[in-house]
Design a protein around this ligand. Structure first.
Ligand SMILES: [Fe+2]
Ligand SMILES: [Fe+2]
Length: 398
């Protein structure tokens, strides 16, 4: 069996930002890695951390969800005492005795490597993958550092990326000043807002508690999607004059039942008399919305019927649905973490102009897709499309 190429990307990730994501994808693709471990530090010996290890872990898990070759690791967070690179590399070497390990560092870290705790013990265990900023000429000091490290026995691979002008410090400063920082994955931005990290103010009191519970209830990709839908629901609510807090609550909880086994969704639906529709009861892709409204009530204490309604119908809509429910249904479709395709971009553009028209477009695209694959289209989606077409906002002249 051929040797695998394994990357090790550690950092405080306080918080993880798009620059980190760009570096990770550069290492993965240009560095031809089979797997990349992203490792938030536990107690770094020389650095202050602002968010707890668990918060940084969840943000990293959300930001890197959806790519099977990227594996967030708790190897440092779960270790007591100060964390040193040598301990992490040794732990990964035990897991990958025959593979090639690459420790990923930015160019600015090069000069410090010889001062790391037991640095020379690292050199036989892993190579260094140095990511330079694209278009920047390697400085004299970094060239010297490479020569020095090589003379000590280090192996160095150089790559370049363009991570943009962003740092975790800049993000924290923007939050502390009451602003919305650039350079964050939407899931991370919403997570910071919900948990009140770095001076951000949560929009409603239970946002942090719900976010913690959702992390336990959902797979990382679904968790990240839920945060992104919440953020997008707020944006649409503000744009169309709906209550942003209700929109955020519904957005956060809309998929809260999504990762439950079908049998559990069915028993929730029966016990709470949510539906007796056999088509709905047999399909998790449909039932999770109705069951989700039940879970939102029973486990998250959500009593507001406007929010429960938005959750219950987020995947099909319904004739006569409220504009709040429209915001959540549309946000579910256009949230920025979804991969782009031409029709999605058209719906995103329309969402800036007309809530009703954008929702109609999104349901039509979904219906066409489902029908083209010979899958079952729930009649409520058809009814909602028909109803939306009767609205003045969706008439040909508008
Ligand atoms: Fe859903
Ligand atoms: Fe969703």
């Amino acid at each position: 069996m051929s040797k695998k190429r394994i990357g090790i990307f550690g950092g405080t990730f306080d918080p993880v930002h798009t620059g980190h994501q760009i570096i990770a994808f550069c290492a993965l693709d240009s560095g031809n890695l089979d797997r990349l471990y992203v490792i938030p530090t536990g107690c770094p010996p020389y650095k202050t951390v602002y968010a707890s290890g668990e918060d940084r872990w969840r943000m990293v898990s959300a930001a890197f969800s959806g790519n099977k070759r990227i594996v967030p690791s708790r190897v440092e967070i779960d270790r007591d005492g100060p964390t040193h690179a040598i301990d992490t590399v040794k732990a990964l070497r035990r897991e990958h005795p025959d593979d090639a390990l690459f420790f990923i560092v930015g160019e600015d870290a090069l000069v410090n490597i010889p001062r790391w705790y037991r640095a020379t013990d690292l050199f036989p265990l892993c190579a260094f993958m140095v990511i330079s900023r694209e278009a920047s000429v390697p400085s004299v000091s970094s060239a010297d550092a490479v020569r020095h490290l090589t003379s000590l026995g280090a192996r160095i691979v150089r790559l370049s990326a363009f991570p943009g002008n962003i740092s975790s410090g800049m993000v924290r400063e923007a939050f502390a000043a009451g602003g919305t920082p650039d350079g964050l994955d939407p899931a991370v931005l919403e997570y910071c807002a919900c948990k009140g990290l770095y001076g951000a103010a949560p929009r409603f009191p239970r946002a942090g508690e719900w976010t913690d519970a959702l992390f336990g209830a959902l797979k990382p990709h679904r968790f990240a999607h839920s945060l992104s839908v919440a953020l997008t629901s707020v944006r649409l609510a503000v744009r169309y004059g709906e209550d942003p807090v209700l929109a955020e609550e519904a957005g956060l909880l809309h998929d809260c039942a999504k990762n439950l086994p079908l049998e559990e969704m069915q028993s929730i639906a029966r016990e709470m008399s949510l539906t007796d529709d056999p088509d709905m009861l047999s399909a998790p892709s449909l039932l999770h919305s109705v069951a989700g409204a039940g879970v939102a009530r029973a486990r998250y204490g959500m009593e507001d019927p406007r929010v429960l309604e938005a959750i219950a119908y987020h995947n099909t809509g319904y004739p006569g649905m409220s504009r709040l429910a429209m915001c959540v249904c549309l946000a579910d479709y256009i949230e920025p973490r979804r991969d782009s395709f031409p029709q999605l971009e058209a719906v995103r553009a329309e969402s800036e102009r007309s809530l009703e028209k954008a929702l109609l477009m999104s349901l039509e695209v979904t219906a066409d897709y489902v029908i083209s694959r010979n899958q079952y289209l729930h009649p409520r989606t058809r009814d909602t499309i028909r109803w939306l077409k009767t609205l003045p906002a969706c008439s040909e002249n508008n």
